[in-house]
Design a binder for this molecule. Structure first.
Ligand SMILES: [Zn+2]
Length: 221
């Protein structure tokens, strides 16, 4: 893969360019190597836990969990690219969370919301209106959800700033995953040795995944 041809479009032309470096790895490449890495990490974590503790159930759970975090780690860095598949997946995931959060909040505070809307309903539509106050009250969380879901993509853009920014930085990923791993180690102090090592392995495997991604992107060497 020392050279590749690729297309790029400007406003009024389509250009074919020969790249001296290999083409930038795309989602299928990251995903394929992510799955390979996930398989290797799963087997390694499973084997380690069985060897150290002989606990098959914990070993299977930790192996599967570590495989999953390896895969997510291998695709996540490209969330900083607004058109990438991971970005679209992340946007959908956060939008779902926003919808659930708004719906749950509206359900919990429904009485208060209805009470606040009723005077407005009476003033604008009148008490005899065919539109019930409940419909007006339901429109409030719907509008909030609409605005918040529209903000998810720009918010990720703001957080990640630019393509190949901090999500593509080896030191940043080491520090972030290291901090979460240390936190999990502290929080799992009451668990058995096998469970604790399994939990730590699941988090730390995310870093293995990011290394797969950054390696393919030639951010490491
Ligand atoms: Zn990348």
């Amino acid at each position: 893969m020392s050279e590749a041809w690729y297309l790029f479009e400007t406003k009024d032309t389509v250009n074919i360019v020969r790249s001296e470096r290999s083409a930038v790895p795309n989602y299928p490449t990251h995903s394929r190597w992510g799955r390979i890495g996930a398989g290797v990490v799963s087997v390694a974590v499973f084997g380690l836990l069985v060897w150290l503790y002989g606990s098959i159930v914990v070993a299977v759970a930790a192996g599967l969990g570590a495989g999953l975090t390896t895969f997510v780690g291998a695709i996540y860095p490209d969330v900083d690219h607004h058109n990438s598949t991971p970005r679209k997946k992340a946007v959908r995931a956060f939008q779902s969370l926003v919808l659930v959060a708004v719906a749950a909040t509206a359900a919990v505070y429904w009485t208060e919301l209805l009470g606040a809307v009723e005077p407005v309903h009476e003033r604008i539509l009148g008490a005899e209106s065919a539109v019930p106050p409940e419909a007006l009250a339901a429109a409030v969380p719907a509008l909030v959800a609409f605005v918040l879901t529209a903000l998810v993509d720009p918010a990720i853009g703001l957080a990640t700033r630019r393509h190949r920014g901090w999500t593509h930085s080896v030191p940043v990923n080491v520090v972030l995953v290291g901090a979460v791993t240390a936190a999990v180690w502290l929080l799992t102090a009451g668990l058995s040795g096998a469970q604790r090592l399994g939990a730590v392995a699941i988090v730390a495997a995310f870093l293995a995944g990011t290394f797969i991604h950054l390696g393919l992107d030639r951010e490491i060497v």
